[in-house]
Design a protein around this ligand. Structure first.
Ligand SMILES: O=C(O)CCC(=O)C(=O)O
Ligand SMILES: [Fe+2]
Length: 475
């Protein structure tokens, strides 16, 4: 059903005049009342919802403690009819013979909520794993900001809600999206963040942060140096880290030979390992790794224990999340674990699981930090490279996505195995902006590579990290 109006207008839209009722019927099997509206749309309301929301409860001496129980026990409906004036539905309750009159406006307004409660097309959408796409195809769905928000109004009223919905769906389905031709302005990230969620989710790194090599400064993090960064999850030492969508907006990327980006589908690689190497899968899904980050400048000591592959509940056992960042990984000296990590790192580099590309000025990439890993190639600091980074709360990102899909009649679509990513403009090979970073150095023969003490090599010289005592990693 179409729901006109923007997020900012929900309350007035909810009060929007309802269409006339056409007919109502009861489906005893599904335990719901079905309404046909004269504009051709239909709505269904479950018995228990109707009982719990019947208008009398807002006026009578209602005891909330017993309300739900009562609604479940007495919700059977014996008959329904359109009220004589056609402005409502009369529901006759089977258990107590009472009847309730539901004004058409109330039912019409609640249809939005009903759609979300009983069917969640966004939460239920299937992830398209990258190794199910043709190896020669692109893995990153592409969008153009000039179509997403043609007037650059950064409001849901002016933006193209269908395009915004498509961007969010792409992130949830393919793990990422690339939006080109964004304004090269430092506040673009935060403004787009407010369209795709309630705004940026701050961390101790700030509300947003600048990925910028500043030789004069003392970088507190590898991201603030021009060195290569291998595949990693951001904020692995914060429990909310796995609940984020990351945004990177390119304000400059001038080195013609360096500064490329990489993304890899960690969940696809993990599911592949489940089949290809069950022992490594077992190790990575059951061994609790400790991620540490000591940030005295922010007066914080973050630490989190998690397996690399986090399996879902509900008996599915599927890989829900991947948490992988070798820099803040504390005290891991177990050769079996290091061997499994090394295998995972190698598999991530394969073309069916990863993509290498070069962000251009005005490009924005958004990716699901619970699924995709990101990395970048080194660049020569004589050339300027500046990204603005920030995070969105994944849960609120999904909530906005649901709303956008609903209001714009956007399509979520099904995940069809083996199909080319439908959003991709190109079907050619991945762009080869610059050489892919060499594989991360997890190796059983170099066990120190994931211990705190191994912070030395890349950060030497003028790029020595400020917080050497801490497990300085990438965000
Ligand atoms: O420089 C980049 O491309 C990304 C740096 C990074 O890992 C981050 O900002 O989280
Ligand atoms: Fe990062």
């Amino acid at each position: 059903m179409s729901f006109l109006g923007s997020m900012l207008k929900v309350s007035s839209a909810a009060a929007e005049t309802a269409p006339r009722l056409s007919c109502v019927s009861v489906d005893q099997e599904k335990r719901e009342v079905k309404i046909m509206w004269q504009n051709g749309l239909d709505s269904s309301f479950q018995f228990a919802w109707l009982r719990f929301n019947r208008p009398e409860i807002f006026t009578a001496n209602w005891e909330h403690e017993t309300a739900l129980k009562e609604a479940l026990q007495k919700s059977a409906v014996s008959s329904v009819s359109v009220a004589s004036e056609g402005g409502g539905v009369v529901v006759q309750w089977q258990t107590d013979g009472q009847s309730s009159l539901f004004p058409a406006e109330q039912l019409w307004a609640f249809d939005l909520g009903r759609g979300v409660r009983y069917r969640d097309p966004v939460g239920e959408l299937d992830r398209v794993l990258w190794n199910s796409l043709p190896v020669s195809g692109d893995r990153i769905p592409k969008f153009d900001f000039r179509e997403v928000d043609p007037r650059e109004g950064y409001s849901l009223e002016t933006a193209n809600q269908k395009q915004l919905a498509a961007v969010s769906v792409a992130v949830l389905k393919y793990g990422c999206a690339r939006v080109s031709n964004c304004p090269v302005e430092t506040n673009h990230l935060a403004r787009l963040g407010r369209l795709l969620s309630s705004g940026l989710r701050p961390s101790f790194w700030g509300t947003d942060y600048d990925v910028l090599a500043d030789p004069a400064g003392q970088p507190a993090n590898l991201a603030y140096t021009p060195t290569r960064i291998p595949f990693h999850t951001d904020l692995p030492y914060n429990s909310f880290g796995s609940e984020l969508v990351q945004m990177l907006h390119c304000l400059d990327n001038a080195d013609p030979e360096g500064g490329g980006s990489q993304l890899a589908d960690g969940v696809a690689a993990a599911e592949f390992i489940r089949e290809a190497d069950p022992e490594a899968f077992q190790v990575l899904s059951t061994t609790e790794m400790t991620y540490d980050y000591f940030a005295p400048e922010a007066a914080m000591y973050c630490t989190k224990k998690t397996p690399v592959f986090v399996l879902g509940g509900g008996g599915t056992g599927r890989v829900e999340r991947v948490v992988f960042n070798h820099r803040p990984l504390a005290g891991c000296e177990d050769l079996e674990v290091l061997g499994a990590l090394s295998k995972f790192a190698d598999i991530l580099e394969r073309p069916e699981f990863s993509v290498t590309f070069k962000m251009q000025k005005g490009d924005m990439v958004l990716f699901d930090n619970s699924r995709l890993l990101h990395g970048r190639a080194a660049w020569r600091p004589v050339f300027r490279r500046h990204l603005k980074g920030g995070y969105l709360c994944r849960d609120e990102f999904m909530a906005r996505c649901r709303f956008l899909v609903h209001t714009s009649d956007g399509e979520v679509g099904g995940a069809e195995k083996g199909k080319q990513c439908p959003y991709a403009e190109t079907s050619g090979k991945e762009e080869q902006g610059d050489a892919a970073p060499s594989p991360p150095s997890f190796s059983p023969s170099h066990p120190q590579s994931c211990a705190l003490k191994a912070l030395s090599v890349e950060e030497s010289g003028k790029w020595r990290l400020k917080a050497m005592v801490s497990s300085s990693g990438t965000p």
